[in-house]
Design a protein around this ligand. Structure first.
Ligand code: ATP
Length: 410
């Protein structure tokens, strides 16, 4: 297996669109790195540059210590698995799995004949390798649990089985690294989850370098040893899934990850003695100064962030935060309460719709009076009920409202 590194890599397509903008990252040997980001952020182009299917217009791509900018895709020895499987429809599963190896170890009968005449030594070597193809194919099929499908054609397979064959075709080649471009997106949710587990297992067993592209943050967080979040052709953060979730580098990353959107409030902070006062249209809270942002930042325009699991219902009196339950999502193992905050000065209850979804990720958040609160499944509340809430101060994140940068203490 091999490490893969990109140094200041850019790709500008003819016509001017800058799909990849000065990306530097290293995928360590045997690492599972996921590139994730919204549609059009440049993740597939980055993968295609690594594969050699596109040429970069700037920067250097290395596999191990070798610069591969001018190396053809074939000679990079990478295996790529796509969303659409790309199986040969007229070939059996067995032949789909063995085709690449047969080409590599001698090609068709004419090529082999010519080689035997002019390069007999090489021909003998390849012939030995050809002899091992059957075993390689059967071992791979066994590893993926598709031995019983070897004689079928792709149209006789389910989506999950087809995807396994596509994986098998990549594995059987014993490549320097695997590249995956949204390989599971054609599968239903349950099968996707199962295949994610299988991919993780394969990664563990094969100790392979894997680079995986997805727009699905759940997939990214569950699969990756590390995750690179991209937007606008740039890598915004590259870190472990937990670090990305707990310490997002900026507002974009904070909003992109998480199965429910992070709660955000734009406002101002004032330090009064040892206490920070945070004020937004809908939220006035006091915090010990240790829970404030790092020193030296502009307190006049900050964004306070906290996740749904870091705010809870409380009986404290006076309540730290007052609101009214606007909606309840009961998910079986937990519930999400959507709470409209009450403006303490005016008594008004927030009714503005939420503006935190993926297509708005580039905008800084509007100040909104809605919060999401994760509770236990059996919480006894009703829509319209007044509730009091408390935020866990240790989990609060701070962002600069102008730049979006995380300004929390380290
Ligand atoms: P998706 O999840 O929708 O596949 P992506 O993050 O993989 O998106 P890319 O396919 O890498 O994004 O595209 C990045 C940008 O480059 C987009 O703006 C796209 O329109 C542009 N682009 C991609 N391929 C080409 C091309 N061959 N010619 C011109 N522009 C292109």
């Amino acid at each position: 297996m091999s490490s893969v590194s990109l140094e200041n890599v850019s790709k500008r397509f003819l016509g001017g669109s800058l799909a990849v903008d000065d990306v530097s990252l290293t995928v360590n040997d045997r690492e599972f790195l996921v590139l994730v980001g919204p549609s059009g952020c440049g993740k597939s182009t980055t993968l295609r540059l690594i594969a050699g299917l596109e040429r970069c217009t700037g920067g250097t791509i290395r596999m191990g210590d070798r610069v591969v900018n001018d190396v053809t895709p074939k000679d990079r020895n990478l295996a790529m698995v796509f969303q659409n499987y790309a199986l040969y429809p007229h070939m059996s599963v067995y032949n789909n799995l063995s085709f690449g190896l047969r080409l590599r170890f001698g090609g068709g009968i004419v090529n082999r004949g010519i080689r035997r005449l002019f390069k007999p030594g090489h021909a003998a070597e390849l012939s030995k390798l050809r002899g091992g193809i059957d075993q390689q194919v059967r071992q791979t099929a066994e590893r993926l649990g598709i031995e019983h499908l070897l004689n079928r054609k792709p149209h006789q397979l389910s989506g999950g089985e087809r995807q396994r064959v596509a994986l098998g075709r990549a594995i059987v080649r014993d490549p320097a690294a695997f590249l995956f471009d949204e390989p599971l997106s054609n599968l239903d949710a349950k099968l996707r989850q199962k295949m994610r587990g299988e991919l993780k297992r394969l990664h563990r067993e094969m100790q392979a370098t894997m680079i995986y592209v997805t727009h699905d943050q759940v997939e990214a967080m569950t699969l990756g040893d590390r995750v690179a979040v991209m937007n606008g052709g740039k890598v915004l953060q590259i870190d472990s899934p937990l670090a990305i979730y707990n310490r997002p580098a900026n507002l974009f990353v904070a909003r992109f990850v998480g199965s429910v959107p992070i709660n955000l409030q734009s406002g101002v902070l004032q330090l009064k003695g040892s206490v920070f006062q945070f004020q937004s249209d809908w939220l006035n809270i006091e915090l010990e100064s240790e829970f404030g942002p790092k020193p030296g930042v502009d307190l006049r325009s900050v964004v306070l962030g906290f996740r749904a699991e870091d705010v809870r219902l409380t009986d404290a009196s006076p309540p730290p935060i007052r609101g009214t339950v606007a909606a309840i999502d009961r998910l079986g193992d937990m519930a999400h309460l959507h709470v409209s905050l009450t403006n303490d000065q005016t008594g008004q209850i927030a009714d503005n719709p939420e503006d935190r979804h993926a297509d708005n990720l580039n905008k800084l958040p509007r100040t909104t009076g809605m919060l999401v609160v994760r509770t236990t499944a059996n919480v006894v509340v009703e829509v319209g009920q007044a509730v009091a809430l408390a935020i866990n101060p240790e989990r609060i994140l701070w962002f600069d409202a102008k730049t979006g940068k995380n300004i929390s203490k380290d």
